[in-house]
Design a binder for this molecule. Structure first.
Ligand code: DTR
Ligand code: CA
Ligand code: ZN
Ligand code: ZN
Length: 316
């Protein structure tokens, strides 16, 4: 089996980090997040949508039970949680914010994804996949009592589908002194597309793109021999609510209505000429619309980035 130089370098880096963590508790090895646990969260979100008119959209009956499910898990695990209400289109929505006690409060690593779906479906890939992954990563932080250098905060945004309403409300309402403490925002939105791409927000090209987040995600993908591709997500995602204030942003993405190219199918598998997610914003975006390996790989890549970036001083 031929190893590329980059894969070898990254594998060596990963090995070194794992060995080092054996001698010092300063940098524990990033964990393998349980795919089964993430899939269980997706099953809960599916059940909530099925019991509430088929969706989990802002202003519809399925959104608040989604909030309550996430918050209950976090409270049980020892997080300091807050529900931040906001009103949009005459309906109340909520952001769920969870702080992990400890770490430098002036150097926050924030990890989040939107919790709402569109009105036309349950939103399992878009974005129970991201919400479930961020939830299980947060619960694993608690299980392992990870005590990194930087303060860790996790967030689940409302009304992203109505154009970033929840995350925009959060950053707008945050006093500048508090906003300035958030050094990096890692957005997790659509990470289980059935015909998956392995995109990473381009730290060089995107305004306030984080090279550190891009590097960490790519190092993980390289270590599992998955060649990630840069993407400029533009303003389509909650990362934009942070980059507007100059905060370094990044994140993975497995694709939406875009069409997979032949070159991409050759390196990632899947079907060229077909959308990354044919059920994007449709009723068929259910638990059966998830590519389990893509979900697992991206969840572990985000966990690797969290453990790596939280344990080191801030880098943009
Ligand atoms: N997750 C999508 C937003 C999104 C982010 N990047 C792209 C690229 C192409 C289409 C959509 C998106 C959503 O919440 O709708
Ligand atoms: Ca895993
Ligand atoms: Zn989304
Ligand atoms: Zn969407």
């Amino acid at each position: 089996m031929r190893f590329t130089k980059t894969a070898l370098t990254s594998a060596l880096a990963l090995t070194a980090m794992t060995l080092l963590s054996g001698f010092s508790n300063a940098v524990p090895a990033p964990p393998d997040i349980s795919l089964a646990a993430v899939q269980a969260h997706l099953g809960q979100f599916q059940r909530i949508a099925d019991a509430n008119g088929g969706n989990r959209a802002h202003g519809r009956p399925g959104y608040r039970p989604s909030v309550d499910y996430v918050r209950a898990k976090l409270d049980e695990a020892g997080f300091r949680t807050t529900l931040q209400p906001f009103t949009y289109n005459g309906a109340t929505g909520w952001n769920v914010i969870a702080d992990w006690p400890g770490g430098d409060q002036d150097n926050v690593l924030l990890v989040g994804g939107h919790l709402d779906s569109v009105t036309t479906g349950p939103g399992i890939n878009d974005n129970a996949s991201g919400s479930g992954a961020v939830l299980e990563i947060a619960l694993t932080v608690a299980k392992q009592n990870f005590q990194p250098r930087r303060h860790l905060r996790f967030a689940w945004w409302g009304a992203e589908e109505l154009w970033l309403i929840g995350s925009d409300h959060y950053t707008k309402k945050l006093p500048q002194t508090e906003r300035a403490k958030i050094k990096s925002y890692l957005n997790v939105d659509m990470i289980g597309s059935p015909n998956p791409a392995y995109f990473v927000l381009d730290g060089d090209r995107y305004p306030t793109g984080s090279v550190a987040i891009e590097r960490a995600l790519k190092d993980y993908f390289t270590s599992i021999r998955v060649p990630a591709e840069d993407i400029d997500m533009g303003g389509r995602g909650d990362h934009a609510s942070f980059s507007r204030y100059g905060i370094a942003v990044g994140g993975p993405f497995t694709g939406a209505e875009g069409i997979k190219t032949t070159a991409q199918a050759n390196k990632w598998g899947g079907t060229a000429g077909r959308a990354y997610d044919v059920c994007y914003h449709r009723a068929c975006d259910r638990t059966g619309n998830i590519h389990a390996t893509a979900l697992d790989r991206n969840t572990d890549a985000v966990a690797y980035a969290v453990w790596t970036l939280a344990a080191a001083p801030f880098a943009p």
